[in-house]
Design a protein around this ligand. Structure first.
Ligand code: 26Q
Length: 787
């Protein structure tokens, strides 16, 4: 990476006729991006050639939540410090790039996991490339106005995008029943750390085959003249903002099929260039991982494309089955994709026909295996008018995996239990992970330095198991150092929050943090209730030893999710109350920060003392935020759910604060009858807390408590026509949660003991590296090479 500055000078001159110091932040971003891309070009080409010469894998995902690329790329190239210094000499603060948005082509966990996996594959030299969609607009930006969420379009491309190369020459066409569009690939370099290897994320953009109808224009039909262009571009226009919720929209189905078809055509073209038209060895060369069911149309599409090459259905299906594997990310019924047969016929009839063939083949196979009628009925891929995508993916793939041990057990025992009985060898667990480059190295240089000092090198950057040496470094001095680092990160976060949201956060308080998408099952509401309980107790003098605590929330709600939006309003109402009450304001502070995203997360996870992971047991498939907090030395205040269980197992349950019902308890309550109203009658404190939704304590802008809070209260106490009362068992778990939270608060006062718990979390976070996860996928599912 020689003479970066010289090249930057030249680029600035050539592109803008300016000196480097005269560039605007977005010009500097583009210019430096171009220089970096030029530098890595030879290694990128070499890596592509290498991947092309061996068996390789592809990650198909409708979402890649990449975050800011500049800092990360410089970091992985090992030149971040150098570039920081060189820019400083020119009077430029490298933080100017914070003005450039992060690429939010994903909603939350599933999309961020895809980004971490690409990073790990590049670093571990796994030949894995990503395929997805280049949305014009990523996940909306969030403002909070008067306590309500307001959504704004995320026009991330307005800064241009130096990290992507448009490959016009490799465009393909994709056809729907009523439309044919061009798919143009944009390649993003995925740069490994401490290696020359560079992988590729190829994102498809939809464009018109014919941009402009001149005849229509001449006939003064101006709308029709550009109709084809608009209709085509709509396909990759915007990311659907749903997280863990299926929505059966035509455009969404088109998006899914669009990128699957384009990607498969791409892979098959590459195969053809090497082997000609004999596709019988396709599955020996290629493995495809389906990131949830969103790309499952890949299976029938591969069959269709192989048939076009002259192959018969049975052989084509066998190849598709050998090529694809499926990762499940949720057990929530509202998140499971069930496309209507009518809609599929209307949009992609040939694909629907092939799914029918697959569904029939499945039933025949089950009959041959002696599976009885009743069980076969439960395994129908097409059931009435509904196409069950998870069943299709399970049947038509080699492996199915869950994303944490508990989650995989639930798939086997519950969601896919019939499938597990028939095809047990297909089921694997692959506990999620996160990349330590972004989630420790880059976002926490202070803690990184301490770790490097203890490990004796920065090898932990590419082998996180090295952290375990910290288990033998729990002396008072090290703990003290750790506590000082945490204090510094809290000051930095307080400054950032001031800048972004205008709040005055006191860094000399405990930071208790819950940041994630807003969803009822994640139970931000139980956190809010616990704060109200603590508020009342403090006011009544019942918590004399309470250490002042700042509760930080960040969450985007899906725009159509009214209850989630009501919960945001409720939290901001609590903030107004407790932050301004003279009895409590020095002991309790509550803030709902706006527009929580990857960049905000990088500032938050490093500063937390307590990580809130409060999902109802059995419902959070894994969680990955929990891992980011652990890695940066926060303790988990969470349920027996998802990866929390494995976190507690690794760090020692005595170093976390685990509370509430386990899956078995929830199952028992469901069977024996759960009566939340009864629990409220027995417990006046709970009743008082929950009644703040309706007793006029708060204002939800409805006349006499008839606003959105009453509906929340009703759902908890009376239920709705689609759910029993308190469907997510908040009232069940609240008492234990409150006591556990108070215990954590009391423990914090012993700075040495608490710091030790935090460090034990860091020391035992090695398992949660996405490097470990990606190597498991490489070895056990894809059978591809690695470092
Ligand atoms: C489906 C159809 C139509 C429109 C939208 C969707 C859709 C989009 C996104 C359905 C689900 C999602 C996202 C799911 C998700 O993020 N799941 C999370 O995955 C993480 C990575 O495995 C886990 O850690 C989390 O527990 C899980 O909730």
């Amino acid at each position: 990476m020689g003479n970066i500055m010289e090249k930057l000078e030249i680029t600035a001159q050539e592109a803008y006729c300016k000196k480097v110091e005269e560039l605007t932040p977005s010009e500097l971003h583009l210019a430096l991006g171009k220089v970096v891309m030029g530098e890595i070009a030879p290694n990128w080409a070499k890596s592509k050639a290498k991947h092309n010469s061996e068996r390789r894998a592809y990650y198909f995902s409708a979402e890649f939540l990449m975050g800011r690329m500049m800092y990360n790329n410089l970091y992985c190239l090992g030149i971040l410090d150098e570039v920081t210094k060189l820019l400083k000499k020119k009077g430029i603060d490298i933080n100017v790039f914070e003005e450039i948005d992060d690429a939010a082509l994903g909603n939350g966990g599933l999309g961020r996991l895809a980004a971490c996996y690409l990073d790990s594959a590049a670093t571990q030299e796994v030949p894995l490339d990503g395929y997805g969609i280049r949305y014009k607009y990523g996940l909306f930006k969030q403002l909070i106005k008067d306590g309500y969420q307001v959504e704004i379009a995320d026009n991330w491309q307005r800064f241009k995008d130096p990290w992507c190369v448009r490959r016009e020459d490799e465009a393909v066409t994709v056809s729907f029943k009523d439309q044919t569009v061009k798919a143009v690939p944009y390649d993003m370099a995925v740069i490994g750390c401490k290696t020359d290897n560079i992988n590729t994320l190829r994102l498809w953009q939809a464009e018109a085959v014919n941009e402009f109808d001149f005849t229509a224009f001449n006939n003064t039909e101006y709308d029709r003249a550009v109709k084809e262009k608009n209709d085509a571009e709509n396909i990759s226009k915007v990311l659907y903002p749903n997280d863990n919720k299926y929505e059966g929209k035509v455009l969404r189905l088109k998006q899914q099929y669009f990128f699957c078809s384009a990607s498969l055509q791409d892979i098959m073209r590459r195969y053809k260039a090497k082997h000609g038209t004999d596709f019988s060895h396709f599955a020996e060369e290629n493995a495809i991982q389906l990131n949830d069911t969103h790309p499952v149309s890949c299976v029938p599409e591969l069959v269709r494309l192989l048939q076009l090459e002259g192959m018969g259905f049975d052989e084509a299906f066998e190849i598709a089955r050998k090529t694809c594997s499926y990762t499940n990310h949720t057990v929530l019924s509202e998140a499971l994709e069930k496309w209507s047969a009518d809609l599929m016929t209307q949009v992609i009839p040939e694909i629907y026909d092939i799914i029918c063939l697959i569904a029939n083949k499945c039933q025949e196979e089950l009959i041959a295996k002696g599976i009885n009628n009743e069980m076969r009925a439960k395994m129908r891929i097409i059931d009435g008018n509904a196409v069950h995508m998870a069943r299709l993916a399970t049947y038509a793939g080699t492996y199915v995996n869950g994303v944490a041990q508990l989650h995989t057990e639930i798939l086997k025992a519950d969601l896919l239990k019939e499938w597990y009985q028939v095809y047990p060898e297909r089921f694997l667990n692959k506990t999620n992970g996160i990349t330590q480059r972004r989630w420790l190295g880059l976002c926490n240089p202070e803690l990184s330095e301490l770790i490097t000092d203890k490990v004796g090198s920065d090898d932990w950057l590419i082998d996180l198991s090295k952290l375990s040496v910290l288990n033998d470094c729990l002396d008072a001095r090290t703990i003290n150092k750790f506590n000082k680092i945490k204090a510094k990160k809290k000051v930095q976060l307080a400054e950032y929050i001031k800048k972004m949201d205008g709040f005055d956060v006191n860094p000399d308080t405990i930071f208790d943090v819950q940041v994630k998408r807003l969803h009822e099952y994640k139970r931000q509401l139980i956190n809010a209730f616990s704060i109200m309980a603590i508020y009342f107790r403090i006011k009544e003098g019942k918590l004399p030893n309470w250490t002042p605590t700042t509760f930080i929330f960040g969450a985007k709600a899906a725009p159509g999710y009214a209850r989630a939006k009501a919960i945001i309003k409720y939290i901001t109402e609590i903030a107004n109350l407790v932050n301004n009450d003279p009895d409590t304001k020095d002991k309790l502070q509550v803030y709902f920060i706006s527009n929580y995203n990857v960049s905000y997360a990088e500032k938050i996870v490093v500063a937390a003392d307590i990580s809130e992971q409060t999902s109802t047991a059995g419902l959070e498939a894994s969680g990955t935020g929990n891992m980011k907090f652990m890695l940066n030395g926060a303790v988990t205040l969470g349920t027996w759910d998802g990866a929390n269980i494995e976190i507690a197992e690794c760090a020692g349950v005595e170093n976390e604060y685990i509370f509430g019902a386990r899956v078995e308890d929830i199952d028992r309550l469901k069977k024996e009858g759960y009566n939340p109203a009864g629990l409220l009658e027995q417990n006046p404190e709970l009743k008082r807390v929950i009644n703040t939704l309706i007793d006029g304590t708060f204002d939800d802008d409805g006349a006499q408590g008839e606003g959105s809070f009453r509906e929340l209260h009703h759902a908890l106490t009376k239920g709705t026509h689609w759910h029993d009362p308190d469907h997510y068992f908040l009232i069940q778990d609240l008492p234990d949660y409150i006591e556990t939270k108070i215990r954590a608060n009391a423990d914090y006062a012993d700075r040495k003991e608490f710091g030790k718990k935090c460090l034990l979390n860091v020391a035992n976070a090695g398992k949660f590296s996405s490097d470990r996860a990606i190597l498991e996928y490489a070895n056990e599912i894809w059978h591809v090479s690695h470092k």
